[in-house]
Design a protein around this ligand. Structure first.
Ligand code: 5GP
Length: 180
């Protein structure tokens, strides 16, 4: 385990190879679903930036990128339950095919909020992809259209996901066992 990983008690959950293979598969599925139509791919900041950049490179479609900022967690390991938009899209989505790209769905509150917010702007089609999904933590009836991996109700870091804005640069996903 690398120097940074040894600072928190954590264990590897999903390695680089598995992530790359699954992201490629998801890209192929989304390519098929796009049926040669263009797509606005929305990166939900900050945690999905790494997944997003790999996923859009696996999608063979005419993609325009946009970014949304959303806050729900702060520095804590548990959701505050409150979701707010901290950065809005640059361009309108009315009549467009939109793919929301999220790092992880935990309670589902963030994605439910974003789905409702974007659906109100009348896109042609609104799809969602999440790298990780915690079914046991779900507090809404939200389920992403495309899921990379289902995981248990544990706190994970790496591959863009943080703890106190650190560990995003781990190339794999790790479960945090305990804090020092
Ligand atoms: P939800 O609204 O579904 O409860 O939470 C979504 C957001 O909470 C994610 O975008 C992510 O920022 C954060 N989150 C949820 N679970 C985890 C986790 O296990 N690790 C990290 N680093 N962030 C998480």
């Amino acid at each position: 385990m690398s120097q940074i990983a040894s600072q928190l008690k954590m264990s590897k959950l999903i390695d680089e190879k598995k992530i790359a293979a699954r992201v490629k598969e998801m890209g192929e599925q989304i390519t098929k679903a796009c049926k040669n139509e263009d797509l606005i791919a929305v990166c939900v900041l900050k945690g999905s930036f790494m997944f997003y950049s790999d996923l859009i490179r696996s999608i063979d479609a005419d993609i325009r990128s946009d970014f949304l900022g959303c806050a729900s967690y702060g520095d804590a390991m548990k959701s505050s339950g409150e979701v707010k938009l901290t950065l809005d899209l640059t361009n309108g989505i009315e009549g467009k095919n939109v793919l929301l790209v999220e790092d992880i769905v935990d309670s589902g509150l963030t994605m439910s909020f974003l789905q409702k917010t974007l659906a109100a702007r009348n896109p042609k089609r609104l799809m969602s992809a999440a790298l990780l999904f915690k079914p046991e933590a779900l507090k809404t009836n939200y389920k992403p259209d495309y899921v990379g991996f289902e995981i248990g109700n544990e706190f994970v870091v790496g591959y863009g996901l943080d703890y106190q804005n650190r560990y995003r640069n781990l190339p794999y996903i790790a479960v945090v066992n305990s804090l020092n």
